[in-house]
Design a binder for this molecule. Structure first.
Ligand code: GLC
Length: 599
Protein backbone atom coordinates (compact mmCIF):
# COMPACT_ATOMS: atom_id res chain seq x y z
CA UNK A 1 0.00 0.00 0.00
CA UNK A 2 1.49 3.41 -0.98
CA UNK A 3 1.38 5.61 2.11
CA UNK A 4 -0.09 8.82 0.75
CA UNK A 5 -0.29 10.60 4.03
CA UNK A 6 1.14 9.60 7.39
CA UNK A 7 -2.15 10.03 9.15
CA UNK A 8 -3.40 8.10 12.18
CA UNK A 9 -5.47 6.28 9.59
CA UNK A 10 -2.47 4.60 7.98
CA UNK A 11 -1.08 3.60 11.37
CA UNK A 12 -4.59 2.35 12.06
CA UNK A 13 -4.42 0.35 8.84
CA UNK A 14 -1.18 -1.26 9.89
CA UNK A 15 -2.67 -1.98 13.28
CA UNK A 16 -5.72 -3.59 11.76
CA UNK A 17 -3.60 -5.70 9.38
CA UNK A 18 -1.51 -6.72 12.39
CA UNK A 19 -4.74 -7.43 14.26
CA UNK A 20 -5.95 -9.49 11.31
CA UNK A 21 -2.79 -11.59 11.46
CA UNK A 22 -3.13 -11.90 15.27
CA UNK A 23 -6.70 -13.07 14.85
CA UNK A 24 -5.42 -15.56 12.30
CA UNK A 25 -3.21 -17.06 15.01
CA UNK A 26 -6.20 -16.89 17.35
CA UNK A 27 -7.92 -19.14 14.81
CA UNK A 28 -5.24 -21.71 15.52
CA UNK A 29 -5.98 -21.51 19.26
CA UNK A 30 -9.72 -21.71 18.56
CA UNK A 31 -9.18 -25.13 17.06
CA UNK A 32 -8.39 -26.53 20.51
CA UNK A 33 -11.51 -24.90 21.98
CA UNK A 34 -14.61 -27.08 22.09
CA UNK A 35 -17.29 -26.08 19.70
CA UNK A 36 -19.31 -23.75 21.86
CA UNK A 37 -21.69 -23.11 19.06
CA UNK A 38 -22.81 -25.01 16.06
CA UNK A 39 -20.99 -22.67 13.78
CA UNK A 40 -18.86 -19.93 15.34
CA UNK A 41 -15.72 -21.94 15.98
CA UNK A 42 -16.41 -24.16 13.01
CA UNK A 43 -16.18 -21.08 10.80
CA UNK A 44 -12.95 -20.00 12.48
CA UNK A 45 -11.60 -23.52 12.09
CA UNK A 46 -12.65 -23.68 8.46
CA UNK A 47 -11.04 -20.37 7.67
CA UNK A 48 -7.91 -21.26 9.63
CA UNK A 49 -7.70 -24.61 7.87
CA UNK A 50 -8.06 -22.69 4.64
CA UNK A 51 -11.21 -24.59 3.91
CA UNK A 52 -12.67 -23.25 0.69
CA UNK A 53 -15.38 -20.74 1.27
CA UNK A 54 -17.67 -23.16 -0.47
CA UNK A 55 -18.26 -24.82 2.91
CA UNK A 56 -18.87 -21.43 4.49
CA UNK A 57 -21.35 -20.83 1.65
CA UNK A 58 -22.89 -24.27 1.42
CA UNK A 59 -22.93 -25.18 5.10
CA UNK A 60 -23.64 -21.67 6.41
CA UNK A 61 -26.53 -21.24 3.94
CA UNK A 62 -27.26 -17.73 5.25
CA UNK A 63 -25.34 -14.49 4.62
CA UNK A 64 -25.66 -10.73 5.04
CA UNK A 65 -25.50 -8.51 1.97
CA UNK A 66 -24.72 -4.82 2.63
CA UNK A 67 -25.33 -2.01 0.14
CA UNK A 68 -23.73 1.15 1.48
CA UNK A 69 -22.25 4.13 -0.40
CA UNK A 70 -22.67 7.79 -1.35
CA UNK A 71 -26.18 6.94 -2.57
CA UNK A 72 -27.11 6.02 1.04
CA UNK A 73 -27.01 9.68 2.07
CA UNK A 74 -29.22 10.59 -0.91
CA UNK A 75 -31.78 8.01 0.32
CA UNK A 76 -33.82 8.46 -2.91
CA UNK A 77 -34.59 12.16 -2.36
CA UNK A 78 -32.99 14.66 -4.78
CA UNK A 79 -33.77 18.40 -4.62
CA UNK A 80 -36.84 17.58 -2.54
CA UNK A 81 -38.22 15.02 -5.01
CA UNK A 82 -38.47 11.35 -4.06
CA UNK A 83 -37.60 8.67 -6.60
CA UNK A 84 -39.07 5.23 -6.01
CA UNK A 85 -36.91 2.19 -6.68
CA UNK A 86 -33.52 0.75 -5.69
CA UNK A 87 -31.56 3.55 -4.08
CA UNK A 88 -28.07 2.67 -5.34
CA UNK A 89 -29.26 3.64 -8.86
CA UNK A 90 -30.28 7.15 -7.79
CA UNK A 91 -27.59 8.77 -9.97
CA UNK A 92 -28.70 6.90 -13.07
CA UNK A 93 -30.99 8.55 -15.66
CA UNK A 94 -33.49 5.76 -14.97
CA UNK A 95 -33.84 7.25 -11.50
CA UNK A 96 -32.90 10.89 -10.70
CA UNK A 97 -30.28 11.33 -13.45
CA UNK A 98 -27.87 13.27 -11.23
CA UNK A 99 -25.09 14.90 -13.33
CA UNK A 100 -21.72 13.22 -12.69
CA UNK A 101 -19.98 16.22 -11.13
CA UNK A 102 -22.93 16.93 -8.86
CA UNK A 103 -22.98 13.28 -7.79
CA UNK A 104 -19.22 13.21 -7.18
CA UNK A 105 -19.65 16.31 -5.05
CA UNK A 106 -21.71 14.22 -2.62
CA UNK A 107 -18.45 12.77 -1.32
CA UNK A 108 -17.73 16.11 0.35
CA UNK A 109 -20.67 15.59 2.71
CA UNK A 110 -20.25 11.86 3.33
CA UNK A 111 -19.40 11.62 7.02
CA UNK A 112 -20.93 8.36 8.42
CA UNK A 113 -19.93 8.88 12.02
CA UNK A 114 -22.50 6.32 13.17
CA UNK A 115 -20.88 3.46 11.23
CA UNK A 116 -19.81 0.75 13.65
CA UNK A 117 -18.28 -2.38 12.17
CA UNK A 118 -18.47 -4.39 15.38
CA UNK A 119 -22.17 -3.60 15.77
CA UNK A 120 -22.88 -4.68 12.21
CA UNK A 121 -20.98 -7.94 12.70
CA UNK A 122 -22.78 -8.49 16.00
CA UNK A 123 -26.07 -8.01 14.15
CA UNK A 124 -25.04 -10.56 11.51
CA UNK A 125 -24.12 -13.04 14.24
CA UNK A 126 -27.36 -12.42 16.14
CA UNK A 127 -29.18 -12.93 12.85
CA UNK A 128 -27.50 -16.33 12.40
CA UNK A 129 -25.67 -15.20 9.25
CA UNK A 130 -22.27 -16.74 8.47
CA UNK A 131 -20.89 -14.44 5.83
CA UNK A 132 -20.95 -10.71 5.07
CA UNK A 133 -20.64 -9.35 1.53
CA UNK A 134 -20.43 -5.55 1.28
CA UNK A 135 -20.29 -3.14 -1.67
CA UNK A 136 -16.67 -2.15 -2.25
CA UNK A 137 -17.50 -0.28 -5.51
CA UNK A 138 -20.98 -0.08 -6.95
CA UNK A 139 -22.17 1.06 -10.40
CA UNK A 140 -21.56 4.72 -9.38
CA UNK A 141 -17.81 4.06 -9.26
CA UNK A 142 -17.29 5.27 -5.68
CA UNK A 143 -14.93 2.97 -3.75
CA UNK A 144 -15.96 2.37 -0.14
CA UNK A 145 -12.40 1.44 0.73
CA UNK A 146 -8.94 3.06 0.62
CA UNK A 147 -8.08 2.70 -3.07
CA UNK A 148 -4.78 3.75 -4.65
CA UNK A 149 -6.21 3.14 -8.11
CA UNK A 150 -8.79 5.93 -7.95
CA UNK A 151 -9.18 8.89 -5.58
CA UNK A 152 -12.97 8.76 -5.83
CA UNK A 153 -13.04 6.76 -2.63
CA UNK A 154 -14.11 7.01 0.98
CA UNK A 155 -10.65 7.86 2.33
CA UNK A 156 -9.49 10.41 -0.24
CA UNK A 157 -12.73 12.09 -1.18
CA UNK A 158 -14.69 12.42 2.07
CA UNK A 159 -14.27 14.35 5.34
CA UNK A 160 -14.65 11.03 7.14
CA UNK A 161 -11.48 9.70 5.44
CA UNK A 162 -11.81 6.31 7.15
CA UNK A 163 -11.60 2.88 5.56
CA UNK A 164 -14.65 1.02 6.94
CA UNK A 165 -13.59 -2.19 5.23
CA UNK A 166 -10.54 -2.58 7.43
CA UNK A 167 -12.74 -2.49 10.53
CA UNK A 168 -15.35 -4.76 9.00
CA UNK A 169 -12.79 -7.32 7.81
CA UNK A 170 -11.19 -7.38 11.27
CA UNK A 171 -14.53 -7.66 13.07
CA UNK A 172 -15.58 -10.53 10.79
CA UNK A 173 -12.31 -12.37 11.38
CA UNK A 174 -12.67 -11.98 15.14
CA UNK A 175 -16.26 -13.20 14.99
CA UNK A 176 -15.46 -16.12 12.71
CA UNK A 177 -17.65 -14.81 9.92
CA UNK A 178 -16.76 -14.85 6.25
CA UNK A 179 -16.01 -11.45 4.70
CA UNK A 180 -16.52 -10.68 1.02
CA UNK A 181 -16.83 -7.80 -1.40
CA UNK A 182 -19.47 -6.87 -3.96
CA UNK A 183 -17.74 -5.22 -6.97
CA UNK A 184 -19.53 -3.84 -10.04
CA UNK A 185 -16.90 -4.77 -12.62
CA UNK A 186 -18.58 -3.68 -15.83
CA UNK A 187 -20.62 -0.62 -14.91
CA UNK A 188 -18.81 2.47 -13.67
CA UNK A 189 -20.81 5.63 -14.24
CA UNK A 190 -18.06 8.09 -13.21
CA UNK A 191 -14.78 6.64 -14.53
CA UNK A 192 -13.77 7.27 -18.17
CA UNK A 193 -14.46 4.17 -20.25
CA UNK A 194 -16.46 2.40 -17.54
CA UNK A 195 -19.83 0.89 -18.49
CA UNK A 196 -22.25 3.86 -18.49
CA UNK A 197 -19.36 6.20 -17.70
CA UNK A 198 -17.85 9.18 -19.60
CA UNK A 199 -16.18 8.42 -22.96
CA UNK A 200 -13.51 11.10 -22.40
CA UNK A 201 -10.96 11.42 -19.61
CA UNK A 202 -10.18 14.56 -17.60
CA UNK A 203 -7.91 15.78 -20.45
CA UNK A 204 -10.69 15.39 -22.98
CA UNK A 205 -9.00 12.39 -24.59
CA UNK A 206 -11.17 9.46 -25.72
CA UNK A 207 -11.43 6.68 -23.14
CA UNK A 208 -12.66 3.16 -23.79
CA UNK A 209 -13.48 0.12 -21.67
CA UNK A 210 -9.90 -1.10 -21.90
CA UNK A 211 -8.71 2.14 -20.26
CA UNK A 212 -11.20 1.71 -17.43
CA UNK A 213 -10.30 -1.95 -17.04
CA UNK A 214 -6.54 -1.39 -16.89
CA UNK A 215 -6.56 1.84 -14.87
CA UNK A 216 -9.30 1.05 -12.37
CA UNK A 217 -11.11 -2.27 -12.49
CA UNK A 218 -8.18 -4.72 -12.48
CA UNK A 219 -6.07 -2.69 -9.99
CA UNK A 220 -9.04 -2.43 -7.64
CA UNK A 221 -9.66 -6.18 -7.73
CA UNK A 222 -5.97 -6.57 -6.88
CA UNK A 223 -6.51 -4.19 -3.94
CA UNK A 224 -9.65 -5.79 -2.50
CA UNK A 225 -8.14 -9.27 -2.75
CA UNK A 226 -4.85 -8.38 -1.06
CA UNK A 227 -5.49 -5.66 1.52
CA UNK A 228 -8.21 -7.17 3.72
CA UNK A 229 -7.12 -10.63 4.74
CA UNK A 230 -9.04 -13.82 3.80
CA UNK A 231 -11.94 -13.02 1.48
CA UNK A 232 -14.89 -15.41 1.23
CA UNK A 233 -16.56 -14.11 -1.95
CA UNK A 234 -15.94 -11.54 -4.65
CA UNK A 235 -19.45 -10.74 -5.81
CA UNK A 236 -19.27 -9.38 -9.35
CA UNK A 237 -22.50 -7.93 -10.68
CA UNK A 238 -24.20 -6.96 -13.99
CA UNK A 239 -21.51 -8.20 -16.40
CA UNK A 240 -23.55 -6.88 -19.33
CA UNK A 241 -21.59 -7.39 -22.55
CA UNK A 242 -18.16 -7.39 -20.87
CA UNK A 243 -15.87 -9.43 -23.14
CA UNK A 244 -14.90 -12.83 -21.74
CA UNK A 245 -11.16 -12.15 -21.69
CA UNK A 246 -11.70 -9.30 -19.23
CA UNK A 247 -13.92 -11.41 -16.95
CA UNK A 248 -11.43 -14.25 -17.12
CA UNK A 249 -8.60 -11.96 -15.98
CA UNK A 250 -10.64 -10.85 -12.97
CA UNK A 251 -11.66 -14.38 -12.02
CA UNK A 252 -8.07 -15.62 -12.36
CA UNK A 253 -6.82 -12.73 -10.21
CA UNK A 254 -9.34 -13.51 -7.46
CA UNK A 255 -8.44 -17.21 -7.47
CA UNK A 256 -4.71 -16.36 -7.47
CA UNK A 257 -4.87 -13.91 -4.55
CA UNK A 258 -7.65 -15.66 -2.65
CA UNK A 259 -7.58 -19.39 -3.50
CA UNK A 260 -10.35 -20.06 -0.96
CA UNK A 261 -12.68 -17.38 -2.22
CA UNK A 262 -15.74 -17.93 -4.37
CA UNK A 263 -16.60 -15.81 -7.39
CA UNK A 264 -20.29 -14.98 -7.68
CA UNK A 265 -22.53 -16.27 -10.42
CA UNK A 266 -22.76 -12.79 -11.98
CA UNK A 267 -19.10 -12.60 -13.09
CA UNK A 268 -20.27 -13.27 -16.64
CA UNK A 269 -19.68 -15.98 -19.29
CA UNK A 270 -20.49 -18.66 -16.67
CA UNK A 271 -17.08 -18.04 -15.07
CA UNK A 272 -18.45 -17.79 -11.53
CA UNK A 273 -18.03 -20.57 -8.97
CA UNK A 274 -21.75 -20.93 -8.38
CA UNK A 275 -25.12 -19.73 -9.69
CA UNK A 276 -26.68 -16.46 -8.53
CA UNK A 277 -30.44 -16.32 -9.16
CA UNK A 278 -32.35 -13.18 -10.11
CA UNK A 279 -32.84 -10.40 -7.57
CA UNK A 280 -35.33 -10.91 -4.76
CA UNK A 281 -36.27 -14.40 -5.93
CA UNK A 282 -36.70 -17.58 -3.89
CA UNK A 283 -37.35 -20.37 -6.43
CA UNK A 284 -40.55 -22.48 -6.13
CA UNK A 285 -38.82 -25.65 -7.35
CA UNK A 286 -35.52 -27.24 -6.24
CA UNK A 287 -32.44 -26.04 -8.12
CA UNK A 288 -29.42 -28.31 -8.64
CA UNK A 289 -25.83 -27.39 -7.80
CA UNK A 290 -24.35 -24.54 -5.77
CA UNK A 291 -26.50 -21.40 -5.91
CA UNK A 292 -27.77 -18.43 -3.95
CA UNK A 293 -30.83 -16.28 -3.72
CA UNK A 294 -30.20 -12.59 -2.98
CA UNK A 295 -32.98 -10.70 -1.28
CA UNK A 296 -33.76 -7.43 0.50
CA UNK A 297 -35.07 -6.77 4.00
CA UNK A 298 -37.44 -4.22 2.41
CA UNK A 299 -37.64 -3.46 -1.36
CA UNK A 300 -34.41 -1.54 -1.96
CA UNK A 301 -30.78 -2.65 -1.69
CA UNK A 302 -29.55 0.79 -0.65
CA UNK A 303 -31.27 2.87 2.03
CA UNK A 304 -34.38 4.67 0.74
CA UNK A 305 -36.04 7.10 3.19
CA UNK A 306 -39.63 6.09 2.23
CA UNK A 307 -39.13 2.29 2.13
CA UNK A 308 -40.61 1.03 5.39
CA UNK A 309 -41.99 -2.20 3.96
CA UNK A 310 -39.80 -4.57 5.98
CA UNK A 311 -39.90 -8.36 5.99
CA UNK A 312 -41.09 -9.66 9.35
CA UNK A 313 -39.04 -12.24 11.29
CA UNK A 314 -41.53 -14.91 10.15
CA UNK A 315 -41.25 -13.89 6.51
CA UNK A 316 -37.44 -13.85 6.69
CA UNK A 317 -37.50 -17.33 8.23
CA UNK A 318 -39.95 -18.64 5.65
CA UNK A 319 -37.85 -17.34 2.74
CA UNK A 320 -34.63 -18.62 4.34
CA UNK A 321 -35.97 -22.11 5.09
CA UNK A 322 -37.59 -22.37 1.67
CA UNK A 323 -34.37 -21.24 -0.03
CA UNK A 324 -32.37 -23.88 1.86
CA UNK A 325 -35.21 -26.33 1.18
CA UNK A 326 -34.78 -25.72 -2.57
CA UNK A 327 -31.04 -26.43 -2.10
CA UNK A 328 -29.63 -22.91 -1.95
CA UNK A 329 -27.96 -20.25 0.16
CA UNK A 330 -29.92 -17.16 1.19
CA UNK A 331 -28.12 -13.80 1.20
CA UNK A 332 -30.29 -11.09 2.75
CA UNK A 333 -29.44 -7.41 2.40
CA UNK A 334 -29.37 -4.44 4.74
CA UNK A 335 -28.97 -0.87 3.52
CA UNK A 336 -27.30 1.30 6.20
CA UNK A 337 -28.19 5.01 6.16
CA UNK A 338 -25.79 7.70 4.96
CA UNK A 339 -24.70 8.22 8.58
CA UNK A 340 -23.69 4.56 8.82
CA UNK A 341 -26.52 3.50 11.13
CA UNK A 342 -28.58 0.38 10.38
CA UNK A 343 -32.37 0.80 10.03
CA UNK A 344 -33.74 -0.37 13.35
CA UNK A 345 -36.69 -2.30 11.89
CA UNK A 346 -34.37 -4.33 9.66
CA UNK A 347 -32.16 -5.13 12.64
CA UNK A 348 -35.19 -6.09 14.75
CA UNK A 349 -36.52 -8.48 12.12
CA UNK A 350 -33.10 -10.03 11.58
CA UNK A 351 -32.65 -10.58 15.31
CA UNK A 352 -36.15 -12.00 15.66
CA UNK A 353 -35.44 -14.59 12.99
CA UNK A 354 -31.93 -15.12 14.38
CA UNK A 355 -33.26 -16.09 17.82
CA UNK A 356 -35.29 -18.84 16.18
CA UNK A 357 -32.30 -20.05 14.15
CA UNK A 358 -30.14 -20.17 17.27
CA UNK A 359 -32.76 -22.51 18.77
CA UNK A 360 -33.04 -24.67 15.62
CA UNK A 361 -29.63 -24.46 13.90
CA UNK A 362 -30.04 -28.01 12.57
CA UNK A 363 -32.87 -26.79 10.29
CA UNK A 364 -30.70 -24.26 8.42
CA UNK A 365 -26.99 -25.06 8.64
CA UNK A 366 -25.46 -27.86 6.64
CA UNK A 367 -28.85 -29.17 5.53
CA UNK A 368 -29.94 -30.49 2.16
CA UNK A 369 -33.01 -29.86 0.00
CA UNK A 370 -36.54 -31.10 0.53
CA UNK A 371 -37.32 -34.48 -1.09
CA UNK A 372 -40.62 -32.98 -2.29
CA UNK A 373 -38.80 -30.55 -4.53
CA UNK A 374 -41.11 -27.71 -3.48
CA UNK A 375 -42.70 -26.23 -0.36
CA UNK A 376 -45.76 -27.85 1.22
CA UNK A 377 -48.99 -26.15 2.26
CA UNK A 378 -48.03 -25.93 5.95
CA UNK A 379 -44.33 -25.05 5.49
CA UNK A 380 -41.09 -26.51 4.23
CA UNK A 381 -38.63 -29.34 4.72
CA UNK A 382 -34.85 -29.57 5.00
CA UNK A 383 -32.93 -32.81 5.41
CA UNK A 384 -29.65 -34.18 6.73
CA UNK A 385 -28.87 -37.87 6.20
CA UNK A 386 -31.70 -39.84 7.82
CA UNK A 387 -33.14 -36.73 9.47
CA UNK A 388 -35.96 -34.64 8.11
CA UNK A 389 -36.83 -31.25 9.63
CA UNK A 390 -40.44 -30.24 9.05
CA UNK A 391 -40.71 -26.47 9.65
CA UNK A 392 -44.37 -25.70 10.18
CA UNK A 393 -45.36 -22.09 9.45
CA UNK A 394 -49.12 -22.77 9.36
CA UNK A 395 -50.26 -25.07 12.17
CA UNK A 396 -53.08 -27.47 11.13
CA UNK A 397 -56.16 -26.85 13.30
CA UNK A 398 -56.78 -30.59 13.59
CA UNK A 399 -53.17 -31.24 14.58
CA UNK A 400 -52.80 -33.54 11.56
CA UNK A 401 -49.73 -32.85 9.43
CA UNK A 402 -49.95 -34.44 5.99
CA UNK A 403 -46.92 -35.68 4.01
CA UNK A 404 -47.69 -36.89 0.48
CA UNK A 405 -45.92 -39.91 -0.99
CA UNK A 406 -43.15 -40.42 1.61
CA UNK A 407 -41.65 -43.81 0.75
CA UNK A 408 -39.06 -44.04 3.51
CA UNK A 409 -40.17 -45.57 6.78
CA UNK A 410 -40.35 -43.24 9.77
CA UNK A 411 -38.46 -44.61 12.76
CA UNK A 412 -39.44 -41.80 15.09
CA UNK A 413 -40.72 -38.25 15.08
CA UNK A 414 -40.60 -35.58 17.74
CA UNK A 415 -41.94 -32.09 18.10
CA UNK A 416 -39.15 -29.76 19.27
CA UNK A 417 -39.46 -26.49 21.10
CA UNK A 418 -40.99 -27.35 24.44
CA UNK A 419 -39.23 -28.23 27.67
CA UNK A 420 -38.43 -31.58 26.09
CA UNK A 421 -39.14 -33.03 22.64
CA UNK A 422 -42.63 -34.50 22.37
CA UNK A 423 -42.94 -37.81 20.60
CA UNK A 424 -45.22 -37.60 17.55
CA UNK A 425 -47.20 -40.59 16.34
CA UNK A 426 -47.79 -41.19 12.65
CA UNK A 427 -50.02 -43.28 10.45
CA UNK A 428 -50.39 -43.93 6.73
CA UNK A 429 -53.44 -43.66 4.51
CA UNK A 430 -53.74 -43.67 0.71
CA UNK A 431 -49.99 -43.13 0.31
CA UNK A 432 -49.95 -40.18 2.68
CA UNK A 433 -48.17 -40.07 6.04
CA UNK A 434 -50.14 -38.29 8.77
CA UNK A 435 -48.35 -36.98 11.86
CA UNK A 436 -50.49 -36.35 14.95
CA UNK A 437 -49.44 -33.03 16.50
CA UNK A 438 -50.77 -31.36 19.66
CA UNK A 439 -53.49 -28.75 19.21
CA UNK A 440 -51.19 -25.82 19.85
CA UNK A 441 -47.95 -24.93 18.12
CA UNK A 442 -45.07 -24.57 20.60
CA UNK A 443 -43.54 -21.69 18.60
CA UNK A 444 -44.96 -18.35 17.43
CA UNK A 445 -42.85 -18.04 14.28
CA UNK A 446 -42.52 -21.68 13.17
CA UNK A 447 -42.46 -25.05 14.91
CA UNK A 448 -40.17 -27.95 14.04
CA UNK A 449 -40.89 -31.65 13.85
CA UNK A 450 -37.69 -33.69 13.66
CA UNK A 451 -38.25 -36.97 11.87
CA UNK A 452 -35.78 -39.86 11.96
CA UNK A 453 -36.11 -42.10 8.92
CA UNK A 454 -34.91 -45.59 8.14
CA UNK A 455 -32.65 -43.97 5.52
CA UNK A 456 -32.40 -40.91 3.25
CA UNK A 457 -35.85 -39.47 2.51
CA UNK A 458 -37.49 -40.72 -0.69
CA UNK A 459 -40.73 -39.26 -2.04
CA UNK A 460 -42.90 -40.41 -4.94
CA UNK A 461 -45.93 -38.22 -5.36
CA UNK A 462 -47.69 -35.83 -7.64
CA UNK A 463 -48.27 -32.41 -6.09
CA UNK A 464 -50.08 -33.13 -2.82
CA UNK A 465 -53.27 -31.20 -2.00
CA UNK A 466 -53.38 -30.70 1.75
CA UNK A 467 -56.80 -31.61 3.20
CA UNK A 468 -56.41 -29.05 5.99
CA UNK A 469 -54.65 -26.01 4.55
CA UNK A 470 -55.03 -24.22 1.21
CA UNK A 471 -52.51 -25.44 -1.40
CA UNK A 472 -51.33 -23.07 -4.13
CA UNK A 473 -49.49 -24.68 -7.05
CA UNK A 474 -47.42 -22.55 -9.40
CA UNK A 475 -47.69 -22.89 -13.16
CA UNK A 476 -44.11 -24.17 -12.90
CA UNK A 477 -45.56 -27.58 -12.04
CA UNK A 478 -48.17 -27.74 -14.81
CA UNK A 479 -47.98 -29.02 -18.40
CA UNK A 480 -48.99 -26.87 -21.37
CA UNK A 481 -50.99 -28.08 -24.39
CA UNK A 482 -51.57 -25.54 -27.16
CA UNK A 483 -50.71 -22.63 -24.85
CA UNK A 484 -47.45 -20.82 -24.18
CA UNK A 485 -45.66 -21.45 -20.85
CA UNK A 486 -43.04 -18.87 -20.02
CA UNK A 487 -40.81 -17.39 -17.35
CA UNK A 488 -41.88 -13.81 -16.70
CA UNK A 489 -39.72 -11.24 -14.85
CA UNK A 490 -40.70 -7.64 -14.32
CA UNK A 491 -39.99 -4.69 -12.02
CA UNK A 492 -42.69 -3.48 -9.63
CA UNK A 493 -40.86 -0.28 -8.72
CA UNK A 494 -37.59 0.35 -10.56
CA UNK A 495 -35.16 -2.44 -9.65
CA UNK A 496 -37.73 -4.29 -7.50
CA UNK A 497 -37.73 -7.54 -9.44
CA UNK A 498 -40.53 -10.14 -9.47
CA UNK A 499 -40.69 -13.45 -11.29
CA UNK A 500 -43.41 -15.97 -12.14
CA UNK A 501 -44.02 -18.76 -14.60
CA UNK A 502 -47.23 -18.16 -16.56
CA UNK A 503 -49.44 -19.57 -19.29
CA UNK A 504 -50.32 -17.01 -21.96
CA UNK A 505 -51.17 -16.71 -25.67
CA UNK A 506 -54.41 -18.57 -24.95
CA UNK A 507 -56.74 -19.94 -27.61
CA UNK A 508 -59.86 -22.13 -27.59
CA UNK A 509 -57.82 -25.36 -27.70
CA UNK A 510 -55.13 -24.41 -25.18
CA UNK A 511 -55.00 -26.00 -21.70
CA UNK A 512 -52.80 -26.11 -18.63
CA UNK A 513 -52.76 -29.44 -16.78
CA UNK A 514 -51.81 -29.95 -13.15
CA UNK A 515 -51.38 -33.47 -11.78
CA UNK A 516 -52.34 -33.62 -8.12
CA UNK A 517 -52.63 -36.07 -5.25
CA UNK A 518 -55.75 -35.99 -3.07
CA UNK A 519 -55.50 -37.35 0.50
CA UNK A 520 -59.09 -36.76 1.62
CA UNK A 521 -62.04 -37.03 -0.80
CA UNK A 522 -64.57 -34.21 -0.76
CA UNK A 523 -65.27 -30.67 -1.93
CA UNK A 524 -62.44 -28.28 -2.70
CA UNK A 525 -62.79 -24.67 -3.79
CA UNK A 526 -60.62 -23.81 -6.78
CA UNK A 527 -59.10 -20.35 -7.29
CA UNK A 528 -57.10 -19.32 -10.32
CA UNK A 529 -54.40 -16.65 -10.03
CA UNK A 530 -54.08 -14.68 -13.26
CA UNK A 531 -53.92 -11.24 -14.74
CA UNK A 532 -55.78 -9.98 -17.78
CA UNK A 533 -58.20 -7.44 -19.20
CA UNK A 534 -61.95 -7.42 -18.70
CA UNK A 535 -64.06 -10.40 -17.79
CA UNK A 536 -62.69 -13.84 -18.51
CA UNK A 537 -64.43 -17.26 -18.48
CA UNK A 538 -62.17 -20.00 -17.16
CA UNK A 539 -62.87 -23.75 -17.28
CA UNK A 540 -61.60 -26.19 -14.63
CA UNK A 541 -62.08 -29.84 -15.52
CA UNK A 542 -61.15 -32.86 -13.41
CA UNK A 543 -60.15 -35.40 -16.09
CA UNK A 544 -62.77 -38.15 -15.90
CA UNK A 545 -64.73 -36.11 -13.41
CA UNK A 546 -66.46 -32.82 -12.78
CA UNK A 547 -66.12 -29.83 -15.10
CA UNK A 548 -66.89 -26.33 -13.89
CA UNK A 549 -66.55 -22.89 -15.42
CA UNK A 550 -67.07 -19.37 -14.26
CA UNK A 551 -66.70 -15.77 -15.41
CA UNK A 552 -64.62 -13.47 -13.28
CA UNK A 553 -63.13 -10.05 -13.73
CA UNK A 554 -59.40 -9.59 -14.03
CA UNK A 555 -56.74 -7.24 -12.77
CA UNK A 556 -53.56 -5.99 -14.42
CA UNK A 557 -51.79 -7.58 -11.42
CA UNK A 558 -51.79 -11.31 -10.78
CA UNK A 559 -54.77 -11.88 -8.52
CA UNK A 560 -56.62 -15.02 -7.34
CA UNK A 561 -60.29 -15.27 -8.30
CA UNK A 562 -62.67 -18.11 -7.20
CA UNK A 563 -63.91 -20.42 -9.96
CA UNK A 564 -65.92 -22.75 -7.74
CA UNK A 565 -66.02 -26.11 -5.98
CA UNK A 566 -64.94 -29.37 -7.47
CA UNK A 567 -65.53 -32.76 -5.93
CA UNK A 568 -62.92 -35.47 -5.60
CA UNK A 569 -64.90 -38.66 -4.90
CA UNK A 570 -61.93 -40.62 -3.58
CA UNK A 571 -58.31 -40.21 -2.52
CA UNK A 572 -55.72 -40.62 -5.27
CA UNK A 573 -54.21 -38.92 -8.27
CA UNK A 574 -56.14 -36.56 -10.58
CA UNK A 575 -55.34 -34.44 -13.61
CA UNK A 576 -56.87 -30.95 -13.69
CA UNK A 577 -57.26 -29.17 -17.05
CA UNK A 578 -57.63 -25.41 -17.00
CA UNK A 579 -58.87 -23.69 -20.14
CA UNK A 580 -59.61 -20.13 -21.11
CA UNK A 581 -63.14 -20.27 -22.50
CA UNK A 582 -64.04 -16.66 -23.29
CA UNK A 583 -62.58 -13.20 -22.98
CA UNK A 584 -59.41 -11.43 -23.99
CA UNK A 585 -57.18 -14.44 -24.74
CA UNK A 586 -54.22 -12.22 -25.57
CA UNK A 587 -54.15 -10.52 -22.18
CA UNK A 588 -54.92 -13.56 -20.00
CA UNK A 589 -51.84 -14.85 -18.10
CA UNK A 590 -52.42 -17.72 -15.67
CA UNK A 591 -49.75 -18.23 -13.00
CA UNK A 592 -51.19 -20.53 -10.31
CA UNK A 593 -54.09 -22.72 -9.18
CA UNK A 594 -55.25 -22.97 -5.58
CA UNK A 595 -57.21 -25.77 -3.83
CA UNK A 596 -58.91 -24.99 -0.51
CA UNK A 597 -60.73 -27.81 1.30
CA UNK A 598 -64.36 -26.91 2.02
CA UNK A 599 -64.86 -27.38 5.75
C1 GLC B 1 -28.89 -5.56 -9.43
C2 GLC B 1 -28.76 -4.05 -9.25
C3 GLC B 1 -27.72 -3.68 -8.25
C4 GLC B 1 -27.77 -4.50 -6.99
C5 GLC B 1 -27.84 -5.98 -7.33
C6 GLC B 1 -28.07 -6.80 -6.06
O1 GLC B 1 -27.81 -6.02 -10.16
O2 GLC B 1 -28.37 -3.45 -10.48
O3 GLC B 1 -27.88 -2.32 -7.96
O4 GLC B 1 -26.57 -4.25 -6.28
O5 GLC B 1 -28.94 -6.23 -8.20
O6 GLC B 1 -28.26 -8.16 -6.42
Amino acid sequence: MIIRKLTPLCLGCFASILLLSLTTSQFAMAQEKDMDSLWGDQAIKMRADGVKSVELFDVGNYAMFIHWGLYSQVANKVDGKTYYGIGEWIMNPRMAGIPRDKYKGLAKTFNPVKFNAKEIVALAKDAGMKNIVITSKHHDGFAMYDSDACDFNVVDATPWSTDPMKDLATACAEAGLGFGFYYSHNQDWTFPGGGGGPDKDENGDAADFDDYFKKKCLPQIEEITTKYGPISIVWFDTPGKMPKEYVQQLVDLVHKNQPNALVSGRAGHNLGDYQTLGDMEVPVANVEGLWESVDTTNDSWAYAWYDQYWKSPKEILHRLVSCVGRGGTYMLNIGPRGDGSVPERAAKSLRGAGKWIAKYPQVVYGTDPSPWGHSLAWGDVTTKGDKMFLTVFEWPASGKLYLPGLQTEIKSAQLLGGEAPVSVSHSKANGWTILELPGRAPEKLASVVEVTLAGPAKVESAYGIDPEISTEISATFADATGVNKEDKRWMEKFGEWKRVVQFDQWNAEGKATWTIEIAEPGEYNVDLKYRGEGRVVWGVAVQGGEKIQNQQNSSHNYQAFPIGWVNFPKAGQYKIDVTCVEGNFEAASLTAINFTPVK
